[in-house]
Design a protein around this ligand. Structure first.
Ligand code: HEM
Length: 376
């Protein structure tokens, strides 16, 4: 493709420029235009499988007004105040995981990034952290269905996905019922009690939202930390700067998200004809916004392929934008902040092992298969 805005197929447009993507994400002429129901429970609901039932309520598939309604409840549990109060808890999970790493070397994803992401969200939800592996197993199956552009499923894949959807839905139903009987100071209990102008989320909506967020909270934060550390270790002069000046960590997190985005694209559909980058996109067509490409757009960032943790005014596209802007962005950035601050402090001599590193074979989610390091 020679143009930054072009067709992927007859019905799909693809955008790669930072400015085109950010303008589409905030433009009301573009929405989700999904076919997975309207966030309402209809007469046929009971006949649907668990996955299709949950998809009726997933905010990422909804347009206003259904999106606005469910998203306003989610925003309340991710208010900046509530998220900031999590910092000491996240710091203590980071310290616990670092203390467990013994010896001179580590596989950083299984020993650090994955358990950090999984334990943090489990604590926030108020569910047992020992359930993290089974939740991850279920989430990893169901998350594949979000990648609507590239995934092709066999009958066996589908059977497995539907089974996992039944199991995770059942798991969260039990958790929600337990919190109804025995509320605590956690996110599930809060979702059960939050009222918005006399409106409340139904139990089905809460369960579906919990499943959506457990998927988001496992894969992307794990990749954010692993991709970020990999980038820093490949650019040791940048890691050196971070070690010498911890006040650079916040800017470094944005730059690392820009440099190697854990989420590579998001999608929209045109509600009305609209012109983007000088090209007319007809109503009803699908748009793929290539977030990772926009983050490396030379019209937006000078020398975009260079990692520079002191780069100014970096607003990465990695969390999307507009009304669908990632609900967990503040939460995820706190995890990254704590992780990078503590890696720089506790493992100042960390180095990549000299071997080939591979990324998982997925167009949407970008993450390393393994990250092997020397610690001393
Ligand atoms: C580094 C970590 C993460 C990345 C890169 C990421 C990225 C994204 C992206 C690209 C979107 C789509 C935005 C759009 O279409 O404009 C999204 C949506 C969403 N994310 Fe995240 N995410 C991350 C972590 C999380 C976490 C930890 C949670 C929750 C605990 C979360 C919850 C959500 C939800 C609920 C949505 C749907 C929002 C809506 O449609 O209104 N994400 N995220």
């Amino acid at each position: 493709m020679n143009s930054p805005t072009g067709f992927l197929s007859e019905n799909i447009w693809i955008l790669t420029r930072y400015d085109h993507i950010s303008s589409v994400l905030i433009n009301k002429k573009f929405g989700r235009g999904n076919r997975f129901g309207k966030g309402k429970i209809t007469a046929n609901y009971a006949k649907l499988n668990s996955l299709t039932q949950m998809r009726q309520h997933w905010v990422n598939f909804l347009d206003p007004p259904e999106h606005t309604r469910i998203r306003s409840f989610i925003n309340k549990v991710f208010s900046p105040k509530m998220v900031n109060e999590l910092k000491p808890g996240i710091d203590s999970i980071v310290t616990y995981l670092m203390d467990r790493i013994n010896g001179n070397e580590a596989e950083f994803i299984s020993e650090f990034s994955y358990p950090l992401a999984a334990i943090t969200i489990a604590e926030f939800y108020g569910i047992p952290k020992e359930d993290r592996d089974i939740l991850d197993k279920w989430a990893m199956q169901i998350v594949k269905t979000l990648d609507v552009v590239t995934n092709q499923f066999t009958q066996d894949d589908l059977k497995n996905i539907y089974r996992c959807a039944d199991e995770i839905k059942d798991y969260f139903r039990k958790q929600v019922e337990e919190k109804e009987r025995n509320p605590k100071d956690d996110m599930i209990s809060r979702l059960l009690t939050i009222e918005n102008n006399g409106d409340r989320l139904t139990k089905e909506e809460i369960i579906a939202s919990l499943v959506l967020m457990i998927m988001d909270a496992h894969e992307a934060p794990k990749n954010m930390i692993s991709n970020g550390l990999y980038a820093l270790l490949k650019n040791p002069e940048q890691f050196e700067k971070l070690k010498n000046d911890p006040s650079l960590t916040e800017g470094a997190v944005d730059e690392l998200l820009r440099y190697d985005s854990p989420a590579q694209f998001t999608g929209r559909r045109t509600h009305e004809d609209e012109t983007v980058g000088g090209k007319e996109i007809k109503k009803g067509l699908q748009i793929i916004c290539m977030l990772g490409a926009g983050n490396r757009d030379p019209l937006k960032f000078s020398e975009p392929d260079r990692l520079d943790i002191e780069r100014k005014n970096v607003i990465p596209l990695s969390f999307g934008g507009g009304i669908h802007f990632c609900a967990g962005a503040g939460f995820a950035k706190l995890e990254a902040l704590s992780a990078f601050e503590n890696i720089a402090k506790n493992f100042p001599d960390i180095k990549l092992k000299d071997k080939e590193y591979h990324f998982h074979d997925s167009l949407h989610s970008r993450g390393l298969e393994s990250l092997e390091v020397y610690l001393k």
